[in-house]
Design a protein around this ligand. Structure first.
Ligand SMILES: [Zn+2]
Length: 379
């Protein structure tokens, strides 16, 4: 099973936007002439917080494909799994992201730092392959959830070791230089990122030839949604070297739901404001699981009384990731992003609202994906 050159991880917290997401990718292909394979990704952490099962993501993907008569390949990604939780995903998924970041050593030689993690990836891979059959899924290895970036020389070592473990790796998610916070732009030195990304592409090319890894092996960009300042750089370099890419989003589709709801009608706007009001009172609980991947400036968060006075456009413009919009507030956006647990608790209001306002939400999802993501990579 081989994934195509360009693919997009369309995480969907509430498994309601499969059709809207697929429509958006089809629209992106029409507009920019680039085909992205859809990959519905959702991690164990998000399934657990919301109370969903991997089978629901599979049902969502299958239903979306059927509804739109889509005939190209698509996948369901068991995102950031390890030996302890992979079994939950075994039947529903055909893309597995083996997260071995916790097994990376902090000091010593390359062997000291990476061999244990690579061996663990081998154990997870073989566990899945024995149950599903080696050719029935796509394998990604992720090492992005660590503090220190992996340099090109380290990636070369890791790829060689993964090849020695006989893992048929098709996508690899390193930790790049800079911060990849969820739902907001890249923070870091663009020139340093550009040099590193270019070297990584060359290391992958070399590793494919030298170590016999799959020839379609490509980089996977985690928390890849919203990293607009690096998109033109990545787009230019993958075309220069004729390489593929997997952009894995941070499940930000649900923010498009909230934007759509805020614009839909007064009741739905009330629901969006209620979620924010509750999130503010439970900030520590909601932000702690994501502490390493968000930067919320409490001083920049508007008081609930202020937000209550906002009209629909003010709410939407404050939340939508548009750097040119003076009202855009990244702290507001990041806090709402990690507050999906609140929406899950309000499910008797939240799910019917999603169903009632599927069209206005769909427009937000399409604009987000086409105008703010694919346009910057390939426009
Ligand atoms: Zn990740």
């Amino acid at each position: 099973m081989k994934i195509s050159k360009y693919s997009f991880g369309i995480g969907d917290r509430f498994v309601h936007e499969g059709v809207n997401q697929l429509k958006a990718l089809i629209e992106a292909e029409k507009r920019f002439g680039v085909h992205f394979t859809p990959v519905w990704n959702k991690s164990n952490r998000e399934h657990t917080i919301i109370g969903t099962e991997p089978a629901s993501t599979r049902a969502e993907a299958d239903a979306a494909v059927k509804a739109l008569g889509y005939t190209d390949q698509y996948f369901c990604d068991a995102d950031h799994i390890g030996l302890g939780n992979v079994d939950r995903f075994m039947d529903a998924c055909d893309f597995f992201t083996l997260d071995v970041a916790d097994f990376i050593g902090r000091s010593g030689s390359l062997e000291d730092r990476y061999l244990t993690a690579v061996k663990e990836a081998g154990r997870i891979y073989r566990h899945i392959a024995e149950r599903k059959g080696a050719d029935s899924f796509v394998t990604e290895v992720s090492m992005d959830e660590v503090e220190v970036a992996q340099k090109p020389d380290e990636i070369r070592f890791i790829l060689k070791a993964l090849a020695d473990e006989e893992i048929p790796l098709q996508t690899f998610a390193p930790k790049f230089t800079g911060r990849f916070n969820k739902g907001v732009d890249y923070e870091g030195d663009l020139a340093v990122f550009e040099k590193e990304f270019e070297e990584d592409l060359l290391v992958i090319e070399e590793a494919v030839k030298a170590y016999g890894l799959p020839e379609n092996l490509k980089l996977s960009i985690h928390s890849g949604s919203d990293k607009f300042s690096i998109y033109p750089i990545m787009g230019r370099l993958i075309r220069k070297y004729d390489k593929g890419i997997h952009i894995k989003t941070a499940g930000t589709t649900w923010l498009e739901e909230i934007i759509g709801l805020s614009l839909a009608d007064p009741d739905a706007l009330r629901l969006a404001k209620d979620i924010y009001r509750i999130a503010l009172t439970r900030m520590d609980e909601l932000t702690v699981p994501y502490a390493a991947v968000i930067d919320v400036d409490k001083a920049k968060l508007p008081a609930p009384g202020v937000v209550d006075g906002w009209d629909a456009q003010t709410f939407a413009k404050t939340l939508r990731h548009d750097e040119k919009e003076p009202l855009y507030n990244p702290s507001f956006r990041q806090l709402i992003h990690v507050s999906f647990k609140v929406a899950a608790e309000l499910k008797d209001r939240y799910y019917p609202a999603l169903e009632r306002h599927v069209d206005v939400i769909g427009r937000e999802i399409t604009d987000n994906l086409c105008d703010r993501h694919v346009a910057l990579l390939f426009g």
